[in-house]
Design a protein around this ligand. Structure first.
Ligand code: SIN
Length: 283
């Protein structure tokens, strides 16, 4: 059976049907998937009972994989190419470092000098209700700004940090993260290296705009995030076990909603494909 493509929402996303990621894909199958990825921003593959090795092998078709040196606490102890997104407590009973991962609108690794091209997240244990992820189309967000706003933000840079949900993280961990990942300025508008289209590049981890005070920056950042996450630009994914979602970090943002009951297990594993260099340190 040949590959079928089913749109997931008006704004972005498609489900790719009739593929088994446990088997090697032909070049023409991969080309079709890759074209759809560039067009739709996110791809969903359902019922993929694959091993960690197969997850890594499929991800490598999109480019070199990050080994998560910027997030060492969250990487899988035996597979550095895999990032754990899990609320399963550590062996000593302490809270998992990645329990709240992704609970702010963001694009992966924007706080590094090599922001990610794309990420592939595999749903391994999903709560019976909730645990959803939302994605938004940052091309649409950019295209629908007024010409005046486009002109104003074109030269601006947002300062990105690896911050997570403030109240949920120990101060020591936060200090460690800051040392490992000092703040980085990224352009508010990036040109997608493969499609040539402009996309807004902002998020809830952007603390300030370079060269401006926090007071001056906040209304602009808040407006851009609110605009970019309007419901008509968004797809909300309800996970099933063995789903894999691939997203393009260069033209989408995402957020994990944390909308599930305490005590339910949510365990996912992510590969992160390296992107092209972008941004600069502030000093
Ligand atoms: C992430 O931001 O990579 C995780 C998203 C999720 O857990 O839904």
């Amino acid at each position: 059976m040949s590959i079928a493509v089913r749109p997931l929402s008006h704004a972005l996303g498609a489900e790719i049907q009739n593929v088994d990621l446990a088997q090697p894909l032909s070049n023409s199958e991969f080309d079709q998937i890759h074209r759809t990825f560039l067009e739709k921003g996110i791809l969903l593959f359902r019922k993929q009972q694959i091993t960690r090795e197969q997850h890594i092998a499929f991800s490598r078709r999109f480019g070199e994989l990050d080994r998560h040196d910027s997030l060492p606490r969250d990487r899988h102890p035996d597979y550095p190419e895999l990032l754990l997104v899990t609320n399963i407590p550590e062996k000593d009973g302490t809270q998992s470092a990645s329990k709240y991962t992704g609970q702010l609108w963001h694009s992966d690794l924007s706080f590094t000098l090599e922001p990610s091209l794309g990420s592939l997240l595999r749903g391994i244990t999903i709560p019976p209700v909730g645990g959803d992820t939302m994605f938004t189309n940052m091309y649409m967000a950019y295209d629908t700004l007024s010409d005046g706003m486009k002109k104003m933000i074109e030269p601006l840079h947002g300062i990105h940090t690896g911050k997570r949900k403030l109240l949920d993280i120990h101060a020591e961990h936060e200090r460690e993260q800051n040392k490992l990942n000092p703040p980085i300025a990224q352009p508010l508008v990036r040109v997608h290296p493969e499609t040539g289209r402009k996309a807004l590049y902002v998020g809830e981890k952007v603390s300030c705009l370079a060269g401006m005070t926090p007071e001056e920056s906040k209304p602009i950042i808040d407006y851009l995030v609110r605009h970019a996450t309007r419901p008509q630009f968004v797809y909300r994914h309800q996970w099933q076990q063995d789903d894999i979602i691939l997203w393009d970090n260069r033209c989408t943002m995402h957020v994990a909603l944390g909308d599930y009951a305490d005590g339910e297990i949510r365990h996912l594993e992510r590969t992160t494909v390296k992107g092209t260099p972008s941004g600069y340190y502030l000093q």
